[in-house]
Design a protein around this ligand. Structure first.
Ligand code: F6P
Length: 358
């Protein structure tokens, strides 16, 4: 007897990033070609379940010429939400899954949204498979989340550009990047892009040491400019330098680039010129890198296979160069992850003469 054809849903939740569409494409291709399932997209994550909304997804379905734009298109064709009182409407959302006739759901999200969706799946008895995505790369038990590699490349490119203008004007260029409470993005892009100073939430830093480092670059190495990478989640300095007008210290989040800039200006008696660039959501846009597309393809493929095997509340993960499967509960218990201050990357940065604090 022929099995009843499955109808699976896919959604993207939380902040967008490059590579989401590549993952959607992989899921649709494998589910359709290998299993002959129907795949529907749920627009705007749990909002779509609330609204009982779904869109049919077919391979090569977006373009009349057969050209598939999903591989290289940034953002998410399904839309996403990064806020909302989702759990307060849990019963309605759970009912939405049933009313849409879903047999299983693939959720592509970061730790915040996966936590919420996992609770819904538990209460609603959904068959759920998670795919990690976030430029912050702070989802536990996976070495990589979709979007991280592209964001590292985007920031690296920004540092290359800023180095040109900084060196032309002998300036200190402070660059603030995202990452929430983690410094993965700042650390990896900082090393790749040639930063002289990298400040991350996991390591304390001193304004006086930063200024000494900048002066040493000038005096000892005749290097008149400096690139200072600041993760948005850093804490105020251990030794703030007052100019007599500040009010209360800033809280971690956007604005820390300006704070570090002001502190360098307050502290540096050598009157270096300092400028700040906040990369903001530029880091989340753009064409996904080859690595993000590759990971998205592999994650999408295995997510579909896990549904076929009847598994639920599992997450696909990138470990040692291939896809592993981990319990979503374990991931959520350990997320978000931080940079280990003893890690080889921190050691590498220090070995290259980059100031990181102590
Ligand atoms: O979690 C991803 C992330 O890009 C963080 O790095 C950043 O702090 C946050 O999202 C920004 O969110 P929003 O798009 O709501 O401003």
């Amino acid at each position: 007897m022929r099995e009843v054809r499955k109808r699976i849903g896919i959604l993207t939740s939380g902040g967008d990033c490059p590579g989401l569409n590549a993952a959607i494409r992989a899921v649709v291709s494998h589910a359709t070609l290998t299993y002959d399932w129907e795949v529907v997209g749920i627009p705007y994550a749990t909002q779509g379940l609330l609204d009982r909304a779904s869109v049919p997804l077919a391979i090569h379905g977006l373009d009349l010429r057969g050209l598939d734009p999903l591989l290289n298109m940034g953002g998410t064709i399904l839309g996403s939400i990064n806020h909302g009182d989702t759990l307060a409407r849990a019963d309605e959302i759970i009912a939405g899954y049933r009313e849409l006739g879903l047999d299983a759901l693939i959720a592509i999200g970061g730790d915040g949204s996966l936590k919420i969706i996992d609770r819904l799946a538990k209460h609603g008895n959904w068959q759920l498979i998670a795919i990690p995505k976030t430029i912050d790369n702070d989802v536990a038990l996976t070495e990589r989340a979709i979007g991280f590699d592209t964001a590292v490349n985007t920031i690296t490119d920004a540092l290359n550009r800023l180095a040109c203008t900084a060196s032309s004007h002998d300036r200190v260029m402070v660059v603030e990047v995202m990452g929430r409470s983690a410094g993965h993005l700042a650390l990896q892009a900082g090393i790749a892009g040639g930063a002289d100073i990298i400040l991350i939430p996991e390591v304390n830093y001193s304004i006086r040491e930063i200024c000494q480092h900048i002066n040493e670059l000038r005096d000892r190495w005749k290097r008149k400019f400096a690139l200072v990478m600041v993760a948005e989640g850093i804490h105020p300095a251990s030794d703030p330098v007052s100019c007599g007008k500040e009010s209360s210290p800033p809280t971690p989040g956007r604005g820390m680039g300006q704070y570090v800039t002001d502190q360098i200006i307050n502290c540096n008696q050598r009157l270096v010129e300092v400028r700040v660039s906040v990369l903001g959501h530029i880091q989340r846009g753009g064409i996904p890198s080859a690595l993000d597309r590759l990971i998205a393809a592999a994650f999408g493929k295995v997510a579909v296979d896990l549904i076929a095997e009847g598994q639920s509340r599992q997450m696909v993960a990138w470990q040692n160069g291939c896809v592993a499967v981990v319990a979503l509960e374990d991931v959520l218990a350990q997320s978000p992850t931080s940079v280990d201050p003893q890690s080889y990357l921190v050691e590498t940065a220090r070995a290259l003469g980059i100031y990181l604090g102590s």
